[in-house]
Design a protein around this ligand. Structure first.
Ligand code: FE2
Ligand code: FE2
Length: 294
């Protein structure tokens, strides 16, 4: 699906990159603030990189759909691992996106802005034969091809940002598998000269450049807007694209500066850091007890 947005615009483009709202355990105060920012500042687009809900329950989807449909700007929504129904296995396998009905046209929608396309990449799967649980990412060949075809169909010279739920880091330092097929995907996207990949899942923001065999790839992570914080207060990314420059600001209600918000390494998941080798943001807002999962 494509959403075309005004073509006469020139000059910097401003996006709001939101993630991991986790309706059911959303941070109401943060969410009201983001909504007011969107209404007042009218960014050119909003990209929501998954985990809209906690447990993919109907009331959570209803709240998510209501909040998103009220936004009066172009929106693309990616699907997170928390958005695939857990309780109804039939639905999990055969109709995973049914509960998104009200925002169906926004799901994995490509946004065509002036000389910039936001192209979705699916990293969630219904089942993973390699492992259980299925909370980590997997870029299937099919998903990757779908994204590459979309990139290759763009007019020559169009700038590209990718939107996905899981960061593409394939392995932890000790070799543990994170996103299956992530290394190759990063390499192929770097080869296509994408400006960056916007992701969620981690609940802390970051702005890192990964060196691949095909060149560098910018990895931009947004924090969470839920009560499940990892080591930073709730936040979203403001991304300004000016020519070939991308500037990322991790905006938050506590007025913490972006360098103090961002972690310097992609952790395994959104759980608060509990061992010394896990990355902690400089602001170090680590909850003393693990936030609730349900
Ligand atoms: Fe999440
Ligand atoms: Fe996630």
């Amino acid at each position: 699906m494509h959403g075309k947005v005004g073509s006469m615009h020139s000059g910097p483009l401003r996006l709001f990159h939101l993630s991991d709202i986790h309706f059911g355990l959303e941070d109401r105060r943060a969410l009201d603030w983001v909504k007011a920012c969107i209404e007042r500042e009218k960014p050119h687009a909003v990209a929501i990189t998954g985990d809209l809900t906690m447990r993919a329950r109907h009331p959570e989807f209803r709240a998510a759909c209501e909040w998103i449909t009220a936004l009066d700007v172009p929106v693309t929504v990616e699907v997170g691992n928390h958005d695939i129904p857990y309780f109804n296995l039939y639905e999990r396998f055969f109709a995973p996106y049914k509960r998104f009905k009200a925002i169906e046209r926004l799901i994995e929608t490509q946004l065509d802005l002036p000389n910039l396309a936001i192209v979705p990449l699916r990293t969630t799967t219904r089942a993973q034969w390699q492992r259980f649980p299925w909370s980590n990412g997997w870029v299937t060949e099919r998903a990757l091809n779908h994204t590459l075809e979309a990139i290759d169909a763009l007019p020559e010279g169009t700038r590209v940002l990718i939107a996905a739920h899981h960061p593409l880091t394939e392995r932890r330092a000790d070799g543990k598998l994170l996103t299956i097929n992530g290394t190759r995907t990063m390499e192929v996207l770097a080869g296509r000269k994408v400006m960056g990949i916007m992701t969620g899942h981690i609940h802390d923001p970051f702005d890192l450049t990964e060196q691949t065999l095909a060149g560098p790839l910018r990895m931009i992570g947004a924090g969470t807007l839920s009560l499940r914080i990892r080591s930073t207060p709730p936040s979203f990314n403001e991304i300004v694209i000016d020519g070939d420059q991308v500037k990322v600001t991790a905006r938050n209600l506590e007025q913490v500066s972006t360098p103090d918000m961002q972690i310097d390494k992609v952790p395994e998941n959104a759980m608060p850091p509990r061992t010394p080798e896990e990355p902690v943001s400089p602001v170090g807002t680590v909850p003393p007890v693990d936030p609730p999962v349900h």
